[in-house]
Design a protein around this ligand. Structure first.
Ligand code: SF4
Ligand code: SF4
Length: 107
């Protein structure tokens, strides 16, 4: 998992609105980044979905991660998703590309 964490830091944190000019995360100790928190499950979904279809990954993220995330309401509504304010939601394409690039040895 370490190689994925490192690649996420270099490729996603670097462009995240919640990072400083050096790519360091500015979230406080009370805040949780969903990308980091759910990274093992995200990697697992990409590895075990049997497809390269990013839309399928997204559906599986919603089914397995969001459904157990405390931010999502019982109705399925998530205010962070709605506001594109969840890092998984906001950078999903970059996250998928980063994980695939690690797997292919590109980064
Ligand atoms: S919020 Fe998440 S993706 Fe953004 S800089 Fe912090 S750790 Fe990286
Ligand atoms: S979109 Fe909402 S429910 Fe899904 S991981 Fe992000 S904060 Fe949690």
């Amino acid at each position: 998992m370490q190689k994925y964490q490192k690649a996420i830091k270099e490729n996603v944190c670097a462009i995240c609105v919640d990072s400083d000019e050096n790519g360091n995360c500015t979230l406080t100790a009370d805040e949780t980044c969903a990308v980091i928190h759910y990274l093992p499950q995200i990697v697992d979904i990409i590895h075990n979905s049997g497809t390269d279809d990013i839309q399928i990954y997204k559906e599986k993220i919603n089914e397995t991660i969001c459904s157990n995330c405390k931010t999502q309401e019982n109705s399925g509504y998530c205010h962070l998703r709605e506001d594109v304010n969840c890092s998984v939601e906001r950078y999903f394409r970059f996250i998928v590309e980063t994980i695939q690039n690690v797997d292919e040895g590109i980064i």
